[in-house]
Ligand binder design. Structure first.
Ligand code: SF4
Length: 339
């Protein structure tokens, strides 16, 4: 990639980028939280969660000292809760192993929970100005079109070519000197072009600073490169939960860490967790999707027999349910409690 092409995209980024809170004050902690939130979540969806999360946990120290339940409570509704758990665990490790300062090099960053190759390069380049290339879905689409790298989106073969192209572009930018090239801006400019202009369907090539140089556009292949991913088949997951009441309280249990979905979450108990409970009438059915899993949850009344509570079960008052039930699956399920 030539320095003129790099400069053109950076100029576009300077005038067209979205003003986002993690860009306006890009501390390592803020950039890190934003990158974790933006994994699997669109910017517009993540924004209110990001603001709320930063208000409650304004620093890495505040996050490290918070309870897991508090952190999950402030992630509630965003989904993919393993991200929130990893974020908290990583903050604790940074406090104990790195004296509270997020490391700047990608290898050390990748040693922390929840940080992979992409996130390490993003934090290192955006927050610390290090020359590390990255390729997420947006960058892969932009580079594969600009350079006409053909292949299936997300395939190992195309990913390898895209990462190689990203490294070459970063090296070319670096040779332009620090006055003209900032690695974090460069990485964000590629991502921003993918998010705003080089869209998966119907890219807005007329608005693109690279229209004259783009190989896919010149070949008339901007709509067909890269080839779409093969869709994974949906998996139906039938579940049953028991709604056990005691006046204004509900019985909750924690899902074992071995569960495939929502492991470690507080939830309505499943019958296997309450072998001595009697099942009552069906209160309703909740349909909920997590990635490709289509959960069909039957919510039934449950009645405990006299005796001690099963291990790990607790009574929680109606007012405190939101602090425990993080996933909207369970929030929909407890809505049947009134009926
Ligand atoms: S010209 Fe079109 S296809 Fe090429 S990079 Fe720009 S938006 Fe994408």
């Amino acid at each position: 990639m030539s320095s003129a092409e790099i400069a053109a995209l950076l100029r576009w980024y300077g005038t067209s980028r979205r003003r986002l809170p993690w860009r306006e004050r890009p501390s390592p902690y803020r950039v890190w939280v934003s990158e974790i939130m933006l994994q699997q979540t669109q910017v517009a969806t993540a924004l209110p969660y990001y603001r709320r999360f930063l208000r409650r946990f304004p620093s890495l120290r505040a996050l490290a000292r918070a309870s897991e339940r508090d952190v999950l409570g402030h992630w509630a509704g965003l989904g993919y809760y393993a991200r929130a758990r990893s974020l908290r665990r990583a903050a604790r490790e940074v406090l104990s192993r790195h004296r509270g300062r997020l490391p700047s090099d990608p290898d050390s960053l990748r040693g922390l929970p929840g940080i992979g190759r992409y996130t390490a390069a993003a934090v290192s380049s955006i927050a610390f100005g290090r020359h590390h290339a990255l390729a997420d879905g947006n960058v892969a689409r932009v580079l594969s079109r600009f350079l006409l790298l053909e292949g299936r989106a997300g395939s190992a073969r195309l990913d390898a070519r895209v990462w190689e192209a990203a490294h070459e572009a970063m090296a070319a930018g670096r040779s332009m000197g620090s006055a003209r090239f900032h690695p974090g801006d460069w990485n964000q400019s590629l991502m921003e072009l993918g998010a705003l202009v080089c869209l998966p369907q119907s890219p807005l090539c007329g608005d693109c600073p690279w229209i004259r140089r783009c190989a896919a556009f010149r070949a008339g292949k901007q709509e067909t490169v890269p080839a779409p991913k093969r869709a994974l088949a949906a998996v139906r997951v039938p579940m049953t939960a028991l709604l056990v009441r005691r006046s204004e309280e509900l019985l909750l249990t924690r899902r074992p860490g071995t569960e495939r979905l929502l492991s470690g979450h507080w939830a309505l108990p499943e019958p296997k967790q309450l072998p001595r409970a009697r099942r009552g009438r069906l209160l309703g059915t909740v349909r909920h999707s997590i990635t490709r899993h289509r959960i069909v949850l039957q919510v039934r009344e449950g009645f405990l027999e006299d005796g001690p509570l099963p291990a790990g079960a607790i009574w929680v008052s109606r007012k405190r349910l939101d602090a425990f039930l993080v996933s909207s699956l369970w929030r929909k399920a407890v809505a049947f409690r009134q009926r």
